[in-house]
Design a protein. Structure first.
Length: 125
């Protein structure tokens, strides 16, 4: 495996690891105020941390695609819940530095995973 591709793989894994850890760190505060949000942060955070395995072990296009889709859903939930009178919470949530940081890592994961998919497709041609 070429060095640049290895760096891409490990950087992608690191972005989802950081986003997952940040989500899990939100669990105690979320559970105090909203058990559903706490469960979302816990399950999503665990899934994101787990996702370093299929990335590093290069399990294939399906796994990258599922990771991308799941992360896109997580980002969309965050965006939708920031809109006033949204259908999920009925009110616009606050935009914090912590939330923006998580979104940056998640969007980086999406972009890097797409780059990996393009690279894999190019290699197989």
């Amino acid at each position: 495996m070429e060095k640049k591709f290895k760096i891409l793989i490990y950087t992608t894994a690191l972005t989802t690891l950081i986003a997952g850890i940040l989500h899990i760190l939100k669990v105690p505060n979320a559970i105090d105020g909203n058990i559903n949000a706490g469960i979302l942060f816990l399950v999503g955070g665990i899934a994101q941390i787990f996702w370093i395995v299929p990335i590093i072990k290069q399990w294939g296009k399906v796994w990258y695609s599922i990771g991308i889709a799941g992360t896109v859903i997580f980002v969309l939930i965050w965006v939708i819940t920031r809109i006033p009178d949204n259908p999920i919470t009925g009110r616009g949530g606050s935009i914090s530095n912590e939330g923006i940081t998580i979104q940056v890592f998640q969007i980086a994961f999406i972009i890097l995973s797409i780059l990996i998919l393009f690279k894999i497709t190019k290699i197989k041609r």
